[in-house]
Design a binder for this molecule. Structure first.
Ligand code: AMP
Ligand code: MG
Length: 401
């Protein structure tokens, strides 16, 4: 049977990054940049004052102190946003506000706190050095510099820089549109009246949430019957989407028809079973070039299957790097018996205590016990060849969001 990593490699090799779309700057937060950004000019554009004070020649402040101030003539006043044609000569200064461009002839700014104004003159109480309190043009971003690279995740400072560069519209990678189809004669939807023997499709809503959480656009195709024509019709209704995700109907039962229907529709099946629990039957393939996943019906299996296989596919399609899944070693706080040959993913609470992680399961681990997932902040990963794992053993955990 296929190992988890082998399955993952097949998936990553089969899905492609989507093309780009243009969005407004305000809609670009959290999106993935689809182009390299080069600055057409210096940011800031001109040398400007870092302080409210007086622009002057530093040489004119030589020997200045509170006891022996230097006196300069104030020839102009500059607010932020203004520029002046005045040029400072020896013995002169221009009053300047933070952000205003440095006038010609000045090489420094003295803080207003170190001066005293007297009519048309200003007393300078301190020496300043050449370049003091001047923000140089291009100190943030230089002309031609690549401020941001393709693939960057756009966060608040990125939006600020894009605004500073004069970019009201941004090219980002398109979000994958993911069709979600629940399958099973026993299923009813959330708003429907309870019927004996039927159960509500919780998978539709966990999968919907997972798609949204990782930057996809979920499209709910509803519930398909365990009947080939109906299944095919529902799958066809999702063919415009970038990826199709079904749940249920992929095991060995008499009414597990999902694989056969995909085959009948001309799909290229890449794999069907992975050596793991929960989630052994997981179908993956492409249909008309688009990837599809047949996840198992049990609520935990479907969620874990998504976490391990669909999530990386969605990240790749949208150009995201997988940066927020951390794995760590943790000390197991209970004895565990597992089946040999399968990698186990147990729902767990992992906490940091006295310099180590401690981990324990969130109660009964049945694949229909969705609460085990709700209470988990992590998955304990137990290797294929183990059978008995003793309390106190170091195990691997994978943190969920
Ligand atoms: P299946 O994989 O179709 O044999 O389904 C396995 C188990 O998962 C059965 O007990 C189903 O009732 C349950 N199941 C299947 N689909 C869903 C769903 N959409 N929501 C909740 N449970 C489901
Ligand atoms: Mg079923």
């Amino acid at each position: 049977m296929l190992k988890v990593e082998e399955a993952l490699t097949i998936i990553i090799d089969s899905v492609l990054q989507l093309n780009a779309e243009t969005v407004s700057l305000t809609n670009s937060l959290g999106r993935i940049l689809a182009e390299d950004i080069f600055s057409k000019g210096d940011i800031p554009a001109l040398d400007n004052s870092a302080m409210d004070g007086y622009a002057l020649k530093s040489s004119d402040t030589k020997g200045a102190s509170s006891g022996t101030p230097k006196i300069l003539e104030v020839i102009d006043e500059l607010k932020a946003g203004m520029i002046t044609t005045s040029e400072i000569k020896h013995g002169q200064a221009i009053k300047i506000m933070t952000g205003a461009p440095i006038p010609r002839g000045a090489d420094s700014v003295i803080m207003v706190e170190d001066t005293g104004r007297e009519g048309r003159n200003v007393k300078i109480f301190k020496e300043v050095e050449s370049g003091e309190n001047i923000r140089k043009a291009g100190e943030d971003i230089k002309k031609g510099e690549s401020g941001m690279q393709k693939g960057a995740l756009l966060k608040a400072p990125h939006l600020g820089i894009l605004a500073a560069l004069g970019m009201p519209e941004i090219k980002v990678t398109r979000k994958p549109v993911a069709a979600i189809l629940a399958t099973g004669d026993e299923l009813i939807d959330v708003g429907e009246k309870a019927v004996p023997g039927k159960l509500r499709t919780s998978n539709t809503y966990t999968l919907y949430s997972q798609v949204l959480s990782y930057g996809g656009i979920p499209v709910n195709l509803g519930i398909a019957k365990d009947e080939p024509d109906n299944l095919m019709k529902k799958i066809k209704s999702g063919m415009e989407c970038d990826v199709i995700i079904t749940s249920g109907g992929v095991s060995m039962g008499d009414y597990d028809l999902v694989k056969d229907v995909f085959v009948k529709m001309g799909a290229d099946i890449k794999f069907w079973k992975i050596a793991m629990r929960p989630g052994k039957p997981i179908l993956f393939g492409t249909i008309k070039g688009k990837p599809f996943f047949g996840l198992p019906g049990n609520p935990v299996s479907s969620m874990v299957g998504f976490e391990m296989f669909v999530r990386p596919a969605i990240l790749k399609m949208s150009g995201q790097r997988d940066e927020d899944r951390k794995e760590a070693d943790a000390i197991l706080e209970e004895d565990i018996k597992k089946k040999k040959g399968l990698r186990f993913f147990l729902r767990a609470q992992t906490r940091w205590e006295n310099g180590v992680y401690l981990t324990k399961t969130t109660g009964p681990q049945g694949s229909a016990i969705l609460k085990s997932m709700m209470l988990a902040n992590s998955l304990i990963i137990l290797p294929e060849d183990e059978e008995y794992i003793k309390k106190g053993t170091k195990v691997s955990v994978r943190f969920l969001n």
